[in-house]
Design a protein around this ligand. Structure first.
Ligand code: FMN
Length: 190
């Protein structure tokens, strides 16, 4: 996988950022060239899970690259064929809905649209409280679409949050490698 260009796009599921950073490091240590992307929400929102500037700094330090976060930053992914694989991790309910319905008004949704135009693999690592409710139809629609793959995911707290599901971020690297080979990593539900 040495030299393969992988975009990693973070949406505003802030509680998962701490789990995702080590997986991004794993990608770089495996020899991938990692290009960091953030949604505007992820890029600028301070939350109880940390300050936006600190997350940006960590991401730039792991990847050695400036974070793309505007429409103009990500649009060239299409015409210049900048990435072999794009991963959205975490992928919020909001971004899932945009992707399922063809909207591209955020840095992450436009990055996906630009990348898919090149018929290259897009990997989604869902993290949303409505995955088994309103968001379910969007996940199902995307699963059924060409060149889209899922990081295996499961309910994360069935008792307290029965409609919530989160990707198994520990399988991010494996899901990327499988998607590059045109395969969905199995089992999706462990
Ligand atoms: C502290 C905090 C935590 C959030 N966690 C999640 C989450 O885990 N999953 C989710 O789908 N949305 C979550 N949201 C809501 C999203 O950030 C919001 O829907 C936003 O519009 C997403 O934009 P994006 O998809 O462009 O990143 C959270 C918001 C806040 C402030």
């Amino acid at each position: 996988m040495k030299g393969l260009r992988v975009g990693v796009a973070l949406c505003g599921s802030f509680c998962t950022f701490g789990q995702i950073m080590p997986q991004i490091r794993r990608l770089t240590e495996s020899g991938y060239e990692v290009y960091p992307i953030m949604s505007q929400t992820a890029y600028e929102t301070d939350t109880r899970f940390g300050k936006a500037a600190d997350w940006r700094k960590e991401l730039e330090s792991i990847t050695g690259r400036v974070v793309w976060h505007t429409l103009a930053d990500v649009e060239p992914i299409g015409p210049r064929k900048l990435l072999e694989v794009l991963v959205v991790a975490p992928c919020t309910g909001n971004t899932l809905a945009k992707l399922a319905h063809g909207l591209s008004d955020t840095s992450v949704s436009l990055a996906c649209k630009a990348h898919l135009r090149n018929q290259r693999p897009l990997v989604l690592a869902v993290s949303t409280n409505d995955a088994l409710a309103g968001g379910g139809i969007n996940i199902s629609a995307l699963m059924n679409r060409k060149n889209i793959y899922l990081v295996p995911y499961n309910q994360d707290d069935p008792r307290e949050k029965p409609c919530s599901a989160v990707a198994n971020f520990g399988l991010l690297c494996e899901a990327v490698a499988a998607a590059y080979d045109g395969e969905q990593l199995q089992p999706i539900y462990g």
